[in-house]
Design a protein around this ligand. Structure first.
Ligand SMILES: *[C@@H]1O[C@H](CO)[C@@H](O)[C@H](O)[C@H]1NC(C)=O
Ligand SMILES: *[C@@H]1O[C@H](CO)[C@@H](O)[C@H](O)[C@H]1NC(C)=O
Ligand SMILES: *[C@@H]1O[C@H](CO)[C@@H](O)[C@H](O)[C@H]1NC(C)=O
Ligand SMILES: *[C@@H]1O[C@H](CO)[C@@H](O)[C@H](O)[C@H]1NC(C)=O
Ligand SMILES: *[C@@H]1O[C@H](CO)[C@@H](O)[C@H](O)[C@H]1NC(C)=O
Ligand SMILES: *[C@@H]1O[C@H](CO)[C@@H](O)[C@H](O)[C@H]1NC(C)=O
Ligand SMILES: *[C@@H]1O[C@H](CO)[C@@H](O)[C@H](O)[C@H]1NC(C)=O
Ligand SMILES: *[C@@H]1O[C@H](CO)[C@@H](O)[C@H](O)[C@H]1NC(C)=O
Ligand SMILES: *[C@@H]1O[C@H](CO)[C@@H](O)[C@H](O)[C@H]1NC(C)=O
Length: 634
């Protein structure tokens, strides 16, 4: 225990706020910080260096059994919780967790000392339940008080209930314990100023009923499977499906799931995910009393990896071979549809051309592979345009609403990674600044370029202050005006090194005190691993809880964070592309559709998809991409 000292120095304000919940406050003075940093050299175990407060409550105790999980606890244990590995690139960036002896010591001590806390061990939901008023005295209360747009502690439970259901996005009557994040998010995220349209809400409720009626192993589902086998599509009243298949990194997958869900909404299809093994346990089931996971015994699964079969049953492949048959009305029971950045151009042409949507509409099973955010295309395809604009009168909120509706962290990700890291590191800051830093073609020179760019951007736009190089933080203690937390997500330690050297050693000229945190910096990428995806998801979510975001161009990882958080990030310019500006403010929080169609169905000429309607224009970070903007701004 001697390594844990509760000090009431510079961070003494913390202990005032943490009455029963906070018990161990582990603080290192700046000088010590430097000493430890020097001695550990490249091994930056941030949580053990920077003074992490650890809560006593069993809510943060990984030993308590999550209510819904199929992963053994030892797969994701204490040592990893504070410093979970992984980087910022949306594409294949996964990494091993790091831990130092200090960290292990910390978790061991915690594990043995934290039982019998004030929060019931047996009901994990209490820790995030907003009905439990006592808990609001701790971190949560202080956070509410300081956040713009937050309500008074005494505010009515009706408004809380409203917020809790995200203005109606979340269906009522859900078992809260099965998805703590769904209702707990209100305690962590600012209330959105963007309200979903009543039409969207009613569409979602109808969709939920449809999904429940047609979901896996229901009678209609079983019936359509028979059609798959018989090959004969008769009745038009049966349930229809879109099966989403994974491709590329987590950010790409999430934007493509959201796009597929919008397609399902617009075509009255049921969305089922082939989540594979590396996406298990990331998200809660979004639809009540049913599942969005494609059953393992789905008959076409054995075809999924056979590209010849896939092509033979693809839109393009079938049309080439069998145009007449298709048009004569012998509807195939299933079809593969590929909407990727390259290849399958015929699929894309067909998909985006209105006349073919009628044909697609008859096919019971569409099996869709995409890594793109193709949602904006529905605002251009004539047969969907009206309904899409009615669902989203505020056009830049498509992912903001659908993402918050669909992507709620699983209990395991929520408790062991997100809330744990947030409570320990970010909760008490007056402002959280999230930096999502991707380095293209990483080498020392490129990394340095991005470090320069980051500083140029954050100083120029006054996101971060200048420092007082003549003084050290130690000499000006107790003279701060506010506290800020800088959350860095990157594969590389250079950003952390630079910013912590700046702000932990020298006081800022504005009198703000900084904490600098980076959950991981692994330098290389992993793929296909559920655990790493969980950490990636936690980092995306933590970024989305920040007040200010700086992101890298072309990054779906950043897009998901900004849209979930309702934030317009400062986007770092991609080095080597056009005019040199360090960064630029996004004017829409929507993700960018990187590879939109460029084919005019009527004239069969090339067309610029960013010039057809005022609310779809070139992305801020990519000339070839398009995204949705609000009408008002056009
Ligand atoms: C934590 O997980 C790591 C890697 O999975 C494992 O080596 C270690 O033994 C685990 N520690 C505990 C306390 O379970
Ligand atoms: C945790 O909190 C409880 C109740 O406040 C207290 O009795 C217990 O000693 C605390 N545990 C530690 C390790 O301080
Ligand atoms: C768990 O909850 C049940 C019912 O809510 C209660 O009877 C029991 O004492 C609790 N167990 C612990 C260890 O708190
Ligand atoms: C929370 O605050 C209320 C009123 O201020 C007080 O009665 C209660 O004891 C506090 N609870 C905790 C756990 O500090
Ligand atoms: C909070 O309460 C105070 C006093 O009760 C009131 O003046 C203030 O307007 C309230 N703030 C909000 C956001 O409701
Ligand atoms: C889900 O099922 C449970 C038990 O059957 C029921 O109590 C609950 O109301 C249902 N929820 C919804 C949203 O249908
Ligand atoms: C659908 O088929 C599965 C087996 O494939 C069966 O377990 C289930 O009961 C069937 N559902 C209905 C409603 O008959
Ligand atoms: C504390 O801040 C005030 C105003 O920001 C400044 O005038 C004063 O010199 C500072 N004191 C120390 C010890 O830095
Ligand atoms: C941080 O990077 C800037 C720009 O490259 C450089 O001027 C500065 O010396 C670096 N600071 C530290 C502490 O590494």
């Amino acid at each position: 225990m001697e390594i844990f000292q509760v000090t009431n120095g510079r961070l003494g304000f913390l202990s005032k706020r943490f009455t029963t919940i906070l018990v161990i406050c582990f603080i290192a003075l700046p000088v010590l910080v430097m000493a430890v940093m020097m001695s550990t050299n490249s091994k930056f175990d941030i949580s053990s260096i920077l003074g992490v407060e650890v809560q006593n409550a069993t809510a943060l105790d990984v030993d308590s059994k999550p209510t819904t999980t199929s992963i053994p606890d030892d797969k994701l244990n204490d040592t990893q919780a504070h410093v979970f590995g992984r980087g910022s690139d949306p594409e294949y960036e996964y990494s091993q967790p790091t831990s130092t002896p200090d960290d292990k010591q910390l978790s061991k001590t915690l594990a043995s000392s934290s039982s019998g806390g004030s929060v019931s061990e047996n009901d994990t939901s209490q820790s995030t339940s907003i009905h439990n008023v006592n808990l609001l005295n701790g971190t949560f209360a202080s956070r509410f008080g300081e956040r713009p747009g937050s309500r008074n502690d005494s505010s009515e439970s009706t408004s809380m209930a409203n917020d809790k259901l995200l203005d109606g996005l979340s269906p009522p009557g859900f078992d809260e314990r099965s998805c703590l994040s769904k209702y707990g998010s209100v305690l962590y995220r600012k209330i959105s100023s963007h309200k979903p349209s009543p039409f969207l809400l009613s569409k979602l409720r109808n969709y939920e009923n449809l999904h429940k009626r047609c979901g896996p192993y229901t009678e209609p589902y079983n019936r359509t499977l028979k059609i798959l086998k018989s090959g004969h599509v008769g009745s038009t009243t049966m349930c229809k499906y879109v099966v989403w298949r994974p491709d590329n990194g987590l950010g790409n997958r999430m934007v493509s799931i959201a796009s597929s869900f919008l397609y399902a909404l617009l075509t009255n299809r049921v969305l089922l995910l082939d989540h594979g093994t590396d996406m298990a346990d990331l998200f809660c089931e979004p639809f009540p009393n049913t599942s969005w996971l494609l059953p393992m015994d789905f008959p076409l699964r054995n075809q999924f990896r056979n590209s010849e079969l896939r092509y033979a049953h693809s839109l393009g492949g079938m049309l080439e071979k069998d145009r007449k048959n298709l048009l004569m009305g012998s509807t195939p029971p299933y079809l593969y549809l590929t909407i990727k950045k390259r290849d399958y151009d015929l699929d894309k042409e067909i998909f985006y051309c209105d006349k073919n949507q009628a044909l697609l509409g008859k096919i019971p099973w569409l099996i869709l592979l995409s890594e793109q955010y193709f949602a904006p295309s529905f605002f251009l395809i004539p047969s969907f345009k009206n309904e899409a604009t009615k669902l989203f009168p505020e056009k830049e909120t498509v992912f903001h609403h659908l993402g918050r509706y669909l992507f709620n962290p699983s209990n395991q990700v929520w408790k062991q990674l997100i809330t744990r890291f947030y409570d320990a590191n970010l909760a008490n800051a007056d402002e959280r600044i999230g930096l999502q830093l991707r380095v293209f073609h990483a080498n020392a020179g490129q990394i340095q370029t991005v470090v320069d760019q980051l500083l140029a951007c954050t100083l120029k736009k006054k996101l971060l202050p200048e420092i007082d190089t003549r003084n050290s933080v130690a000499s000006s203690s107790n003279n701060w005006t506010s506290t800020k937390a800088i959350l860095i997500t990157s594969l590389y330690p250079e950003f952390y090194k630079n910013l912590s050297n700046r702000y932990l050693v020298h006081p800022s000229l504005t009198g703000e005190v900084f904490g600098v945190y980076q959950p991981s910096h692994e330098g290389y990428q992993h793929r296909g691993d559920n655990k790493h995806n969980m950490k990636a998801w936690a980092e995306i979510y933590l970024l989305s809880l920040c007040d200010v975001l700086v992101t890298s161009a072309w990054s779906t990882f950043g897009y998901v964070a900004q849209s979930l958080g309702g934030l317009k990030p400062w986007i770092l310019h991609k080095p080597g592309h056009g005019v040199y500006l360090p960064c630029k403010r996004a004017t829409s929080m929507e993700p960018c559709f990187h590879y939109p169609f460029s084919y005019d169905c009527k004239s069969k000429n090339k067309v610029d998809a960013g010039s057809l309607v005022p609310y779809i224009r070139q992305c801020e970070d990519r000339e070839l991409g398009i995204k949705l903007f609000d009408d008002e701004q056009s």
